[in-house]
Design a protein around this ligand. Structure first.
Ligand code: AHM
Ligand code: MG
Length: 337
């Protein structure tokens, strides 16, 4: 498809190539695009409309919610709940599954989302994003249970994110169809295709990790980072660069653009608190893993492929190591030793 084509045209065109497609999936992606455009507007205006700062509430993970966490969650629900494309929603910001109003038409999909990831960055005007994951709803379901959402990431129909950075970009992946990037033309009000079939270079000399946790890291992670830091004089024989934005969407976007490795591993401190990791399997790890794999990268906990994990809980946390294939394979091999 040609660069500059609208997201809507792109989806309609690709749907046409799928036998038996009804247009429901096209409608759903459109709903998501509408939500993301609204969120982009709110993030742009920020302090001018008084949406920054804390909401004074906590989410199910015990984290303080930002006003924009709460508002963007509502924007997402509002855009998706009434159009007959979904049967239910799950969000990082909601304890329970969101059930559609009784009179709302039901669709064939379930959507899991993190409406504003990296929201600790919002008050300092640094990039944040929305992440979403789409799976099939069980046939005929009108009030989905948490179990209906607990499917391995390999069964996602599509996944994507919207990055609210200097420009707003929507990136999405579908199995076997790769990764496409669209940029929001704010005058025109449409996402336009700007990169098609994005591929991550297999090699990189850039890594991202929150080094303030280094004293808690497991041995394989310590070894990998130490070897990178040793640079030209060390066993890797080359210098590495490091980045940490604390906004997973921005980190994944950088990796899709120029390669790299992103790590939020499990560490001794988390284990002592009975936590499997920092990031959420269903709202962050699974959708990002589909995108990374479709772009030719690898995504793992260090010990298993994330997309193969059988989820136990919608709010489950997991270790995440993803990015350029050869580097991630190396980190996996350190875990195997
Ligand atoms: P959030 O969903 O509460 O925003 O948390 C997820 C974010 C990721 O975007 C980012 O990679 C990570 O948390 C940063 O964590 P830390 O502040 O520990 O570096
Ligand atoms: Mg998040």
């Amino acid at each position: 498809m040609h660069i500059g084509t609208t997201l809507t045209n792109y989806i309609i065109e690709t749907q046409r190539q799928i036998q038996g497609a009804t247009g429901e999936f096209t409608g759903l992606l459109n709903d998501i695009a509408v939500a993301c455009k609204k969120i982009s507007g709110l993030v742009d205006k920020g302090d001018l409309i008084g949406v920054l700062g804390s909401a004074g509430s906590e989410n199910v993970q015990g984290e303080t919610q930002k006003k924009l966490d709460v508002i963007t969650n509502e924007v997402f629900i509002e855009a998706l709940a009434h159009n007959g494309h979904v049967a239910g929603l799950a969000s990082e910001e909601m304890d329970e599954i969101y059930q559609l109003p009784a009179d709302a038409p039901r669709g064939h999909y379930l959507v899991l989302f993190d409406p504003l990831d990296g929201s600790s960055n919002i008050d300092v005007n640094v990039s944040v994003g929305t992440i979403f994951s789409i799976i099939k709803a069980p046939e005929g379901v009108t009030r989905p249970t948490p179990e209906d959402f607990l499917k391995p990431g390999a069964r996602q129909c599509a996944a994507g994110y919207c990055l609210y950075g200097p420009s707003t970009m929507m990136v999405f992946a579908t199995p076997q169809r790769g990764v496409q990037m669209f940029t929001l033309d704010k005058d025109f009000g449409e996402f336009l295709l700007t990169h098609e079939d994005v591929k991550i270079p297999a090699d990189t000399s850039e890594f991202a990790i929150n080094a303030s946790n280094s004293r808690f890291w497991e041995e394989p992670v310590k070894r990998y980072v130490d070897e990178c830091l040793a640079g030209k004089e060390g066993p890797r024989g080359k210098d590495f660069n490091m980045r940490w934005i604390a906004s997973m969407v921005a980190e994944v976007h950088r990796i899709l653009t120029r390669g790299g490795v992103f790590m939020y591993p499990v560490d001794e401190k988390m284990k002592a608190q009975n936590q499997g990791g920092k990031l959420r399997l269903m709202y962050e790890a699974n959708p990002m893993s589909l995108i990374i794999e479709q772009a030719g990268g690898t995504s793992t906990t260090g010990r298993e492929r994330i997309l193969d994990m059988v989820p136990q809980d919608v709010h489950q946390r997991v270790p995440v190591i993803l990015g350029s294939r050869n580097e991630v394979d190396r980190i996996v091999s350190y875990h195997a030793n």
